[in-house]
Design a protein. Structure first.
Length: 76
């Protein structure tokens, strides 16, 4: 097996999307005390990565934005 094997290969681009969402909504993330690193839980099954949970501390508007961006990311 390749030493560089990573189950989550490809999510690096989505990490950048999450970071932009955090940067664009700093006060919301600050108030929720959640960083983009802990705002999402991913699950890997059958060579597919899924977004399974968005931190409940975030308001619905941010959750919806992340879900929308994830759908866009997966569709591309």
């Amino acid at each position: 097996m390749d030493d560089n094997f990573d189950l989550f290969i490809g999510t690096e681009k989505f990490d950048l999307i999450l970071k932009k969402i955090e940067d664009d909504n700093k006060e919301i993330f600050k108030d929720a005390m959640v960083s983009y690193n802990e705002c999402c839980i991913f699950f890997y099954l059958n060579n597919k990565i899924s977004l399974v949970e968005i931190n409940d501390k975030l308001p619905n508007s941010i959750k919806n934005l992340i879900e929308f961006e994830w759908k866009k990311f997966c569709d591309n």
